[in-house]
Design a protein around this ligand. Structure first.
Ligand SMILES: C[S@@+](CC[C@H](N)C(=O)[O-])C[C@H]1O[C@@H](n2cnc3c(N)ncnc32)[C@H](O)[C@@H]1O
Length: 319
């Protein structure tokens, strides 16, 4: 059975020393030939749908991650804002270490279930059953609360999260959508989670604040850290991430030895702390503006890295 380390957010910095596998600090053998471009395309649809439209930029980000893995002898990845888990599941089949963190207990629970075949089957069965008892707005609201409570067992929290996600408007996990309830959740939809197991087995899953999740790895030079924090200037996430936390994040990773990628909207913190200290910034693409009055309003998403990205991997603006 897999275990999921719960957040110690009320008692920060509670990570025991033993949490850092000693081998993380030295280079390990990676079967790089297995991390091929074709392994990206085959699995592009894995992961739970989430708000934000990140899937549009997924292909670009995956190619940049692949480049970094090959060029810098990367032996493992750390994802600190894991959400619907679209990166580890689509990228790194043979990396030695995979660490997935997500503050939201329900999403972390889905990730934990996909690491273990038995729990994965239980999660699928339970999500299929649960949908028939989450048919009203009241039941939906109750499920919405319960899926995020760390007292809720992992399989239950995962199954509730899948149902809440599927029955909410635009996958926002907030607003009940009666039409989606009527459509229901098919077993074939749920079975797609089985395809995540191959990538997720061996992944260490945690559910805690990103600071606690990444601190143990800051000096590990063979790791690739991907940070996809809530968007600067927005409030669409259940866990509050005020703008000042982008400054905290930039300070925390500025001198880290990991290879780091951070995606977000342009903001003064990344400009002052990262760009002014030699980090690179490239345009990634446009995503739908969540607060937009008009459906076609877009916002630019950018990527900051502490390594150079060759121009052939950089999307061209206005192309
Ligand atoms: C932009 S989303 C990440 C989407 C993800 N990359 C994916 O593929 O679905 C940001 C995520 O950060 C999580 N989050 C918010 N505050 C956090 C914190 N303090 N520490 C860790 N995760 C947090 C949110 O729950 C949300 O899932």
């Amino acid at each position: 059975m897999c275990s999921l380390r719960k957040s110690s957010s009320k008692q920060p910095n509670m990570i025991p020393e033993s949490y850092i596998p000693p081998s993380l600090v030295k280079p390990l053998y990676v079967k790089k030939s297995l991390v091929t471009p074709s392994s990206i395309g085959n699995n592009l649809k894995l992961g739970t749908p989430t708000i934000g439209g990140k899937s549009r930029l997924l292909n670009i980000l995956l190619k940049i991650m692949m480049f970094a893995i090959r060029k810098y002898d990367i032996t493992g990845t750390v994802e600190a804002f894991g959400g619907g888990n679209k990166f580890i599941t689509n990228l790194t089949p043979r990396l030695e270490y995979k660490i997935f963190n997500e503050m939201d207990w329900g999403f972390a629970s889905i990730a934990a279930c996909t690491t273990d075949e038995q729990m994965l089957n239980q999660m699928i069965k339970r999500a299929f059953e649960l949908q028939f008892s989450i048919q009203t707005k009241e039941a939906f609201n109750e499920a919405k609360e319960k899926r995020r409570q760390i007292e809720t067992p992992i399989v239950e929290a995962a199954a509730l999260t899948i149902v809440v996600q599927a029955f909410s408007r635009a996958a926002d996990r907030q607003n009940f959508d009666k039409q989606k309830v009527e459509n229901g959740i098919s077993l074939s939809y749920l079975n797609k989670y089985k395809r995540m197991h191959y990538m997720m087995k061996g992944t260490q899953v945690t559910s805690m604040d990103y600071v606690d999740a990444i601190k143990p790895f800051l000096q590990s030079e063979n790791l690739l850290l991907y940070l996809d924090p809530p968007y600067y200037g927005t409030k669409s996430y259940e866990d509050d991430f005020p703008d000042w936390r982008h400054g905290e994040l930039a300070e925390l990773v500025l001198h880290s030895k990991m290879k780091i990628m951070i995606s977000n909207f342009e903001n003064p913190y990344y400009e002052d702390i990262l760009e002014n200290n030699g980090w690179h910034k490239i345009f990634l693409g446009e995503i739908p503006k969540s607060s937009a009055a008009k459906a076609d309003e877009k916002q630019e998403e950018w990527l900051w890295t502490n390594f150079t990205i060759p121009s052939y991997l950089q999307p061209k603006k206005n192309s």
